[in-house]
Write a protein that binds this ligand. Structure first.
Ligand SMILES: [Zn+2]
Length: 340
């Protein structure tokens, strides 16, 4: 009994595995206290031997169990302490840091450049009415210009809307009517947004593409104001050394119509698949707003004039970073996106 108590109190006080080993040796070793006591059982009177033997075995068992428990508790404490310790010299895990998509990066720049010229940015619906997308822009129902914009119509069956009246907008110009109806002139507005057309997808075309519509209406606005604005904005965004050229063109909502071409930055004008081998890329159709468009929103074309333009934004971003395919802009591959 004495042996048991002194062994247990020693085990309880032990702080490390080494002292437990010593306690084990002290009691259960070859010349340990308990071992010797068990050996002495043989010297006892015969009738006492079985009782003391059983008791001694129980004591041995209790001491062994107490030792085992203490060993595992010391081991557990050691491991949990190790876990809590912070190695301040370890190199650490580098977190992944997100960043803006190239479309957003350039869009914020475009908005800043136009802001410096007094423009405000507006947002409009991607599901649009035929009226704002076409008719308010001097493109009546039977106009051949509709054929150039492969329009996606929404299914209006089971609704009160007449067939063909609701579409996915084909141009952000649809916002001209919406804005000018509400705001008295002068106006300076840009409208960044997505457009949709039923287009064959290739390196420079997509069924879904970004455009930045812009329009300015005031007294005595001239074609030279349009040229100056386009030249200033594109050089700010694409670099002072870009080459630009203007060509006359025909859009129903402008008179005269102007098309802006930028020398292809992918091939530096030599010709590649992006510019369809001609060295120039159409980037910004524009022109003086047609009097019919001003009339449609209640502006007096005798007193007011204005210009409008539509930056092919997906194409602009592609050319800015000399990508040879605008489909890369909607590719979620991180190897591409991490380059920006
Ligand atoms: Zn090219």
């Amino acid at each position: 009994m004495q042996i048991k108590n002194s062994a247990l109190s020693l085990i309880l006080e032990a702080q490390d595995l080494k002292s437990l080993d010593e306690i084990k040796l002290q009691f259960l070793g070859r010349s340990g206290k308990l071992t010797l006591a068990i050996k002495d059982i043989g010297k006892l009177p015969k009738e006492q031997r079985p009782e003391v033997g059983v008791l001694a075995n129980e004591v041995k068992k209790v001491i062994e169990e107490a030792l085992e428990q203490k060993v595992s508790s010391i081991k557990y404490q050691a491991s949990s302490i190790r876990k809590k310790q912070i190695d301040t010299t370890a190199p650490g895990i580098k977190p992944n840091i997100g960043h803006l998509h190239p479309l957003s990066l350039v869009l914020y720049e475009v908005i800043d450049v136009f802001k410096s010229l007094g423009f405000v940015a507006a947002d409009g619906p991607e599901i649009e009415t035929d009226y704002y997308n076409f008719e308010a822009l001097n493109i009546p129902k039977d106009h051949p210009a509709r054929d150039t914009q492969q329009t996606l119509y929404l299914d209006t069956r089971n609704s009160r809307v007449a067939p063909g009246e609701i579409i996915l907008r084909t141009q952000t110009s649809a916002m001209q009517g919406r804005v000018m109806e509400k705001i008295a002139p002068p106006v300076r507005v840009i409208v960044p947004g997505k457009n949709f057309r039923y287009e064959q997808v290739d390196a420079s075309h997509s069924f879904e593409f970004w455009q930045i519509e812009g329009f300015l209406v005031d007294k005595e606005v001239r074609l030279t104001d349009l040229f100056g604005t386009i030249d200033y904005v594109l050089r700010k965004l694409m670099g002072q050394n870009i080459k630009l050229k203007f060509a006359t063109t025909n859009f129903p909502f402008v008179e005269p119509g102007v098309d802006t071409y930028i020398q292809c930055t992918v091939c530096a004008g030599k010709g590649c698949s992006f510019c369809k081998q001609n060295g120039w890329s159409e980037i910004m159709p524009a022109g003086m707003i047609h009097p019919n468009v001003l009339n449609a929103v209640g502006y007096d074309p005798q007193k007011l004039s204005g210009f409008a333009f539509a930056i092919g934004f997906s194409r602009l971003v592609t050319l800015r970073y000399q990508m040879d395919d605008l489909r890369l802009l909607t590719n979620p591959d991180l190897r591409i996106l991490e380059q920006f």
